[in-house]
Design a protein around this ligand. Structure first.
Ligand code: NAD
Ligand code: ZN
Ligand code: ZN
Length: 346
């Protein structure tokens, strides 16, 4: 089969021929119906050196996957060949307390995981290929009626990561509270929809691109960033600031905005890997504002995201590309020339 592989750090991926995967005991091969192109893949291609991540190329990209069950390994029950499924992407040991709670992102027994802290497309072969080898049947979540793999693929990361970040701040988002979304790309446009669907908060979205802000239709206020953005957020919130700030960029500029826009007792959550630094000091942040990074989400949260999509409450905006145009999709993502999510359909 053909596969889009990251051959080395600091390089663009290559479309090469590899053997079709076959499932061992307990494993499942999925025929890919959609594989999302995440900005994290651009960081893999351009920003990391050998030794910075616990993974080594070559591996096939694509950590945001959905398709159809193609072949079952010995002993797999509860799945039927041809059934449409979403792939839960973080693959842990499966037996530690966090994995048993469905939070395989934070597996505590990395030595027993198929790859430390990653999954298919992050250290192991991912879904930018005709078939994906999934190491355990528990990673497959059947698609609810009405969801196709192209729509479901971005739900497994763009929406799941956003949902996890929003959900942990639900207690700070009662009616009357304000959430600020910085960066309305693949993740951020899902965050706006998830905030609308799961909270009664006011939503402010910031992005320099008019086409991106047009995707934030569910927001109450959209802003193009400039030197006064934080003041405009404060003006729109009675001087208080945003109860929850979700930074889907993570650059020096957006982290500085986040620090100036968050309110006392608020949450500042860094999701983007933009390489920026947030200086933390006594007067550098409002009192009792808490700062955290988040990574992906849990399997129960993936089920919630699929349910939200099946009910029509969230809908990823997708542009599809065939596998032989995947490199072009990534180039356009890097150039800021894609709105929503690019989904590769092999
Ligand atoms: P994307 O390229 O689709 O979207 C980024 C958006 O940010 C674009 O719309 C862009 O115009 C906007 N932007 C750029 N500079 C900005 C600024 N100064 N102010 C406001 N908006 C700005 O990327 P994506 O796939 O949505 O990923 C976003 C980030 O999240 C990436 O760094 C990615 O690696 C990271 N990510 C993190 C996780 C996690 O688990 N923490 C998961 C997936 C992706
Ligand atoms: Zn991703
Ligand atoms: Zn584990």
């Amino acid at each position: 089969m053909r596969a889009l592989r990251l051959m080395d750090w600091n390089s663009e991926p290559e479309l090469v021929d590899v053997p079709d995967p076959r499932p061992g005991p307990g494993q499942v091969v999925v025929r890919i119906g959609g594989a999302g192109a995440c900005h994290s893949d651009l960081h893999l291609m351009h920003d990391f050196k050998a030794g910075q991540l616990p993974w080594e190329p070559p591996f096939t990209l694509g950590h945001e996957n959905a398709g159809w069950v193609h072949e079952l390994g010995d002993g797999v029950t509860g799945l039927t060949v041809g059934e449409p499924v979403a792939v839960y992407g973080p693959w842990g040991c499966g037996t530690c307390s966090r994995c048993r709670a469905g939070a395989e992102t934070y597996c505590e027994n990395l030595a027993a995981a198929p790859v430390p802290g990653g999954g298919g497309g992050l250290g192991l072969d991912g879904g930018m290929a005709e078939y994906l080898l999934v190491p355990a049947a528990r990673h497959l979540v059947p698609l609810p009626d009405g969801l196709d793999p192209v729509t479901a693929a971005p739900l497994t990361d763009a929406a799941l990561t956003s949902h996890h970040a929003v959900r942990r701040s639900w207690p700070k988002l009662p009616p009357g509270a304000t959430a600020l979304v910085i960066g309305v790309g693949g993740l951020g446009h899902m965050a706006v929809q998830i905030l609308r669907a799961t909270t009664a908060a006011r939503i402010i979205a910031v992005d320099p691109r008019a086409d991106a802000l047009a995707l934030a239709r569910a927001a109450d206020l959209t802003l193009t960033p400039d030197d006064d953005t934080a003041d405009r957020v404060r003006a729109a919130t009675g001087g208080r600031g945003a109860d929850v700030v979700l930074d889907f960029v993570g650059s020096d500029a957006t982290l500085a905005l986040a620090a100036r826009a968050v309110r006392t007792l608020g949450d500042l959550t860094i999701v983007g890997l933009g390489g920026g630094t947030l200086p933390v000091s006594f007067f550098g942040l409002p009192y009792e504002a808490s700062v955290q990074t988040t990574y992906w989400g849990t399997r129960p949260e993936l089920q919630e995201v699929l349910d939200l999509a099946a009910r029509g409450l969230i809908t990823p905006a997708t542009t599809t590309f065939p596998l032989d145009r995947a490199v072009e999709a990534y180039r356009r993502l890097a150039a800021g020339d894609l709105t929503g999510r690019a989904v590769i359909v092999p």
